[in-house]
Ligand binder design. Structure first.
Ligand code: C5P
Length: 416
């Protein structure tokens, strides 16, 4: 399992169920990552038919790719296995996408020109363009990537309908550092999963808070809670997958940032408030998933409180934290606000009360002790019309369903 910083470790099992890919490998050191990518796609439920160019075969063997994909690899347009001898046509007829990873500079040039002198470029050109996507993950030296010819070719393949994944920046096999590295396999997997999600929030800006807050008592102690941040991170990911521009304001959690999400880390409720309030008016949606501490020690001690023999435990005076959600909801140009209610009992009643008290159109209730730290949850959606249960399910599946519910409730965007 790779551990690239941008990828979500959440189990992608089933996210690509029923999808079929032609995975094209072209010449490049990044071919070694295509082996892991095949595993990731298969683990996510996809079927994968590997096609390799002659140059790709210099970097990794068809034996490895066959074993990982569980299908014989295609390398030649003259492969007589297909009864009609037309592998270049047959290959894409059942495919949801051709994914070229790694895509060399030369192969992108071929795509840009519509050339078809090997099986993979033939298959790309012969694919049913309306129902079989072309996803391209470039991998090359930074000078090759930055060259005007490559940039021209990339712009052309995008204009022709291809989707370019990456490239990433960093250490390159040649020893140089810069743009052109292929994305890591789990990043490509997550981008591919996102590609197939309905773009119900395209053109929208979504602000999400997530995780607990931490309110210091002294430099080594503090008040916090058991929120893991998983639900909020799943919502940020689902909103980004749905095409939104997402900002995630996160309390102290050790979770990776979902792909394509801008993240701001904060510690205290006051910091979260100060980060969120100026951002909120520029957003269409605000989802307050964070478990914000209601109170903080009124005065955090500058030095560690010491335990003096024979003395009673200290009494810590508490002060109320600002209510971020209520403050955002009161803004004159408030985004569509979604609150969360983590309760231990009487969920529906508390969620209904909270919706009115905070002045927000939608509150999502969940049972805190049953879901804190877990990957699954059950949600109760409470709005002016009534309430509806969603789940149980994984937090990511529920987040995607919630994003669709939110999208349906948004006012039509004035594009004039
Ligand atoms: O007030 P209570 O904590 O019960 O409400 C929970 C909802 O309000 C959540 O959406 C939470 O993110 C938000 N909240 C907030 N600021 C606070 C307390 C809660 O934004 N200080």
């Amino acid at each position: 399992m790779s551990d690239s910083p941008g990828a979500t470790p959440a189990d992608a099992a089933g996210d690509l169920a029923g999808r079929h890919f032609v995975l094209g490998l072209t010449g490049g050191v990044a071919c070694y990552k295509a082996a892991e990518l095949t595993r990731e796609l298969v683990k996510a439920g996809a079927t994968v038919q590997v096609v390799m160019t002659e140059a790709a075969e210099q970097f990794i063997t068809a034996v490895t790719m066959q074993a990982l994909s569980n299908r014989a690899v295609y390398t030649s347009p003259w492969d007589a296995r297909a009864p009609n001898n037309m592998a270049h046509i047959n290959l894409t007829r059942e495919a949801d996408a051709v994914l070229v990873a790694p895509a060399s500079a030369d192969f992108i040039a071929k795509l840009a020109q519509g050339r078809a002198d090997d099986l993979l470029s033939l298959a790309c050109l012969a694919r049913p363009i309306g129902r079989c996507a072309l996803l391209v993950a470039p991998a090359m030296n930074r000078e090759m990537w930055a060259h005007p010819a490559t940039q021209r070719n990339v712009a052309q393949v995008v204009a022709d309908g291809a989707v370019v994944l990456g490239p990433a920046s960093g250490d390159q096999a040649c020893g140089e550092v810069g743009d052109g590295r292929m994305l890591e396999p789990d990043e490509i997997r997550d981008d591919v999963i996102a590609f197939f999600q309905p773009k119900v929030l395209a053109g929208r800006k979504v602000l999400v808070t997530a995780g607990p807050t931490y309110e210091p008592i002294d430099p080594v102690r503090g008040v916090t809670n058991l929120s893991s941040g998983k639900m909020g991170f799943a919502i940020a990911r689902a909103a980004a997958e749905a095409g939104a521009e997402v900002t995630l304001v996160a309390g102290p959690v050790a979770l990776p940032t979902p792909r394509g999400v801008a993240r701001l880390d904060v510690r205290t409720a006051q910091q979260m408030h100060d980060a969120v309030l100026p951002l909120a008016p520029g957003h269409d949606v605000f989802v307050a998933t964070a478990a914000v501490a209601d109170w903080r020690p009124a005065q955090a001690a500058e030095r560690k409180l010491k335990k003096a023999d024979g003395h009673d435990a200290p009494t810590i005076a508490m002060a109320a934290n600002p209510d971020i959600l209520a403050a955002v909801a009161r803004l004159p140009n408030a985004p569509y606000c979604v609150g969360f209610a983590a309760e231990s009992h009487d969920l529906a009643k508390h969620a209904r009360d909270k919706r009115v008290r905070k002045g927000v159109p939608l509150v999502v209730g969940n049972l805190g002790p049953a879901t804190f730290g877990r990957d699954d949850n059950t949600l109760l959606l409470v709005d002016a019309q009534g309430e509806r249960e969603m789940g149980p399910g994984t937090k990511l599946a529920l987040a995607r369903a919630l994003v669709r519910e939110i999208a349906q409730r948004l006012p039509v965007k004035d594009t004039a």
